[in-house]
Design a protein around this ligand. Structure first.
Ligand code: KG4
Ligand code: ZN
Length: 335
């Protein structure tokens, strides 16, 4: 039985986790706090984690009808993420571990995303994992738990960040991804030809600053946007991002010869991306593992899942754990 925490960004997430079918998933969103700024303010995120983490923990235990005495291990995201936010979860987890004499398992947030599509599903190694969130756009070859090869990444903005920035340019709200997803359903994706967010042709890297600047210039050129203009820009931008994500994932499969692919992270909630990947899978006889919607955005179930998979890496005394905002996924094990 694991009690896990993730406060890497702006959601306070806690889970009590027995196995893949028996867990609680409490996520207290801070969208209303940050929406007026059009992005996350780290200082406010941390303060709100302080206010909500106790409540989230109580709810996580109650939902699974367990008490702290039933917990064997504490798991916590130590990085990567926003340092002020990480510190709250790590300090809280350490306090619980200390006062209840429980061992801690430190977890890498990106590793959590990598395994989030496999909660309740059998894991087939090796697989190609595309992690697309507000902070990351990475393609990994996953050989096993803790064994990751980075194949490609964004050289500037993450895909989710690009969605958020374009939503801000369009003045449609925050977080941008779900809003653009919804707006796009009424828009014409063919009206504007937005450059694809790719870096060099012969790599698996991404670059989303070009498409974002293109939208910025387009909006300036058009002046006052009608509802149709806004929806058409949203749909055209979404299509350009989804096209490059699918293309890179497909290329990663081709160069590695691996036919099991997965997506995860907040952007994997995108309806066009999910549908397009299902099409590609059936056309090219590939297996694409897509996470359940609640597992796409930040949550603590995926952190417990990684902890349960990595028990053999060892557990730690509370005093040995610290937040590490730049914790590399391919290091997997804390120093
Ligand atoms: O994984 P996540 O919850 O947090 C990070 O670790 O960053 O991802 C949040 C990101 C935001 O940028 C948000 O705009 C994006 O995921 N997102 C979406 C959708 N839902 C969330 N992007 C595109 N389409 C969506 N439906
Ligand atoms: Zn995340």
């Amino acid at each position: 039985m694991i009690l896990s925490f993730d406060t890497s960004c702006d959601d306070t997430a806690v889970s009590a986790f027995e196995d893949d079918t028996k867990y609680s998933n409490i996520v207290i969103s801070q969208n209303s706090v940050h929406s007026k700024f059009g992005g996350i303010v780290p200082e406010f995120a941390a303060r709100n984690h302080v206010n909500t983490i106790h409540q989230a923990t109580t709810e996580a235990l109650r939902e699974l009808s367990v008490e702290i005495k039933h917990i064997d291990h504490i798991a916590v995201t130590i990085g990567p993420g926003l340092m002020p936010s990480l510190l709250v979860g790590v300090a809280f987890a350490k306090a619980i571990a200390y006062s209840n004499r429980k061992p801690i398992i430190p977890v890498n947030h990106i590793e959590g995303h990598i395994f989030s599509p496999f909660i309740g599903r059998e894991i087939e190694f090796p697989f190609i994992s595309l992690v697309v969130s507000g902070g990351h756009t990475h393609i990994f070859k996953v050989n096993g738990v803790g064994n990751y090869e980075l194949m490609g990444k964004t050289l500037d903005d993450a895909a989710g960040e690009a969605f958020d920035k374009v939503a801000r340019i369009l003045g449609v709200g925050y977080p941008g991804g779900p809003i653009i997803d919804k707006l796009s359903k009424e828009g014409n994706p063919e009206r504007f030809s937005i450059p694809q967010g790719m870096a060099q042709e012969n790599t698996l890297d991404f670059s989303f600053s070009g498409p974002k600047t293109f939208v910025n210039n387009l909006v300036k050129k058009l002046g006052n946007l009608s509802k149709t203009d806004t929806a058409d820009i949203a749909a055209s931008f979404q299509k350009s991002v989804v096209d490059i994500l699918c293309r890179r994932l497909f290329e990663a499969s081709k160069v590695s010869g691996i036919k099991t692919l997965s997506i995860s992270g907040g952007v994997s909630a995108n309806s066009l991306l999910r549908n397009k990947l299902k099409e590609i899978a059936s056309t090219h006889k590939l297996k694409v593992i897509i996470p359940e919607l609640p597992m796409t955005t930040d949550n603590a179930v995926m952190i417990a899942k990684v902890a349960s998979l990595s028990l053999s890496r060892g557990t730690y005394n509370y005093s040995k754990i610290d937040a590490d905002p730049r914790f590399k996924t391919y290091e997997a094990q804390p120093p």
